[in-house]
Ligand binder design. Structure first.
Ligand SMILES: Nc1nc2c(ncn2[C@@H]2O[C@H](COP(=O)(O)OP(=O)(O)OP(=O)(O)O)[C@@H](O)[C@H]2O)c(=O)[nH]1
Ligand SMILES: [Mg+2]
Length: 320
């Protein structure tokens, strides 16, 4: 049985061990999560996503510095460092945030997508919960925004920040599909480059469209803030990181205090629960399949028309 006392006391080695055990899906790790749950709910979780190379890690690095200067302890979950779009970025992430690595007030955990098979958002929730229980006031989740997986991951966050850059052109249309839908704060990073004005205008236009589509009105966007940053300047004057932090706080005040907060909290719990049930069922199905020699074995029966796939699926479910 994992002793949770060291984790509650903020012991990083105990936490790292628990996170590894969670990766391995060890039952005692799950028991630890259950025991930690009453001690969670205090951290403010911010998701940072956006195009590959947009500067997400640099923004995270600058936010860490900002929050540390304010006296908050910061936990980071870096998801998808093995993305085909950013192959090998795990090293880059590490180096970029390296200056914080020796700071006992900062804990950085990388989650590789490989092997998670759709359970990525479950793992993100789990790690964020551990960081929360350890007493980090701020938890930052970085993920490359390319697919539904990443959109799901963002459901763990209280505030979602989508990072874009000037000169994306048509790529911005790709953003529109999924990520823009979940954005609470939009960042035009690399504002030291040409085209920041244009990028901001394009984003505003898309937000107007989005608002119109959602409620059929022409109401002006009211719920998304656009911030310009030059993340490479860290927290220095003119980097925009203070503005970004302020936009995050403004969203926090709008969304997580007052009337809508309970409904939002419930929606977040529903998302977490849905993911968890899905992941547990997938684990169980994988075991049931393995017990029958795997999909390839069964597929032969289907191809030869010896068995039909519906009966096999029903049988599998019944045996789970
Ligand atoms: N000019 C300029 N370059 C920047 C800025 N922010 C980040 N960069 C550079 O952009 C490159 C990518 O930055 P990262 O922070 O690694 O971007 P990322 O979005 O985390 O990248 P992936 O995780 O690989 O998708 C690096 O070379 C940064 O130094 C900025 O504000 N201005
Ligand atoms: Mg990165």
């Amino acid at each position: 049985m994992t002793d949770i006392a060291p984790i509650l006391a903020g012991d990083v080695r105990a936490a790292a061990r628990l996170m590894r055990d969670l990766d391995d899906r060890r039952p005692d790790a799950l028991a630890a999560l259950k025991a930690l749950f009453p001690h969670t709910g205090r951290a403010y979780i911010v998701g940072i996503t956006g195009n590959p190379g947009a500067g997400k890690s640099t923004v995270v690095d600058a936010l860490i510095a900002h929050y540390r200067a304010a006296g908050d302890r910061v936990g980071v979950v870096a998801v998808d460092p093995t993305s085909p779009f950013s192959g090998g970025a795990i090293l880059g992430d590490r180096i970029r945030m390296q200056r914080h690595a020796l700071d006992p007030g900062v804990f950085i955990r990388s989650l590789a997508t490989r092997g998670y098979l759709g359970g990525l958002s479950r793992s993100t929730f789990d790690v964020a919960s551990v960081l929360d229980a350890m007493g980090y006031q701020r938890v930052l989740i970085e993920t490359v925004g390319v697919g539904q997986d990443e959109v799901d991951v963002m459901r763990a966050a209280h505030t979602t920040v989508v990072v874009t850059v000037p000169g994306l052109g048509d790529d911005i249309q790709a953003l529109k599909a999924g990520l823009l839908e979940v954005a609470d704060v939009l960042v035009v990073n690399k504002a030291d480059r040409e085209g920041a004005d244009r990028a901001e205008r394009d984003l505003m236009q898309m937000l107007d469209l989005r608002t119109g589509e959602r409620d059929g009105s022409n109401a002006a966007r009211s719920d998304v803030t656009i911030v310009r940053t030059i993340a490479t300047r860290g927290t220095a004057e003119g980097s925009g990181i203070t503005d970004l932090a302020a936009a995050i706080e403004a969203h926090r005040a709008r969304a997580w205090t007052g009337e809508g907060a309970t409904a939002r909290a419930k929606a977040r719990a529903v998302a977490q629960l849905t993911e968890l049930v899905r992941a547990l069922l997938a684990d169980r199905a994988a075991r049931a399949l393995a017990a029958r020699g795997g999909l390839a074995e069964i597929a032969g029966d289907i191809v030869a028309r010896r068995r039909d796939p519906w009966s096999i699926a029903e049988e599998l479910l019944a045996s789970m």
